[in-house]
Design a protein around this ligand. Structure first.
Ligand code: HEM
Ligand code: HEM
Length: 178
């Protein structure tokens, strides 16, 4: 039996807005980290930081919406372990959209640098706080492989539902129901 209840437009738009921005900032992070020090790296770090901090704002709106609306129900009946796995994956991805910007901000603030979103200052420059910089850097770097693994699980799971179970899981998240 299929669950034909469409997802709300808020759920759909917040999912793709956060998801696509997250993927972009993540890939940019991996690319710029390998660049040698220089103007290009400096400029890309600025864009990475601005977009990353913007994600924090969208992620907070999204989590507030999720708390208000409650968890989405599966598009078709699934075994309890699958439901638990999907919900855990969603929880970890949601947490990542908070933890990555927060740890990045901690890294910057700890390094004595401020944080701005394309010139709109959120936090001004200050003194170095070594432990905050180290903690932020450790969380930011440590999370990378975990996020990649969980993201792959998320996309493979969604594709399995859409293609093998044919239960419209991805269509539903694209706002298309049949
Ligand atoms: C190409 C990439 C992506 C695809 C194809 C995709 C697909 C989907 C689909 C089909 C659902 C609905 C699952 C269901 O009905 O049970 C979903 C939910 C979800 N996705 Fe993604 N997703 C992608 C990227 C991301 C990214 C990058 C994030 C976060 C960093 C993310 C976080 C979530 C969360 C938290 C949910 C739970 C529902 C909600 O609260 O909005 N997704 N995704
Ligand atoms: C959702 C938001 C974010 C994501 C997904 C993200 C992701 C990443 C990734 C994947 C890397 C490369 C790590 C590595 O290969 O070692 C990175 C590096 C970095 N990120 Fe972020 N980041 C985000 C937000 C931020 C924010 C808000 C800031 C600062 C305000 C920030 C500052 C940095 C810095 C300074 C680096 C190191 C660059 C270098 O020294 O090579 N990030 N980030």
């Amino acid at each position: 039996m299929l669950n034909n209840k469409p997802l709300s437009w808020q759920t759909i738009s917040l999912h793709w807005l956060t998801g696509l921005m997250f993927i972009g900032v993540f890939v940019l992070g991996l690319y710029m980290a390998d660049l040698p020090r220089g103007p290009e790296k400096f400029e890309l770090i600025g864009i990475h930081k601005s977009l990353g901090a913007l994600i924090l704002l969208v992620a907070i709106a999204r989590i507030a919406w999720r708390l208000k609306e409650g968890a989405i129900s599966p598009a078709s009946p699934v075994a309890p372990w699958q439901d638990k796995l999907a919900k855990s994956v969603h929880g970890i991805l949601m947490l990542a959209t908070l933890l990555m910007p927060l740890s990045g901000i901690a890294m910057s603030v700890g390094g004595g640098r401020g944080v701005d979103i394309f010139g709109w200052q959120l936090i001004g420059q200050g003194d170095k706080i070594a432990w905050l910089q180290e903690l932020g850097g450790a969380i930011h770097g440590f999370s990378v492989n975990i996020i990649i693994a969980v993201f792959v699980l998320h996309v493979v799971g969604a594709l399995k539902h859409q293609v093998v179970d044919k239960d419209n899981t991805i269509s539903r998240m694209l706002g298309r129901m049949s």
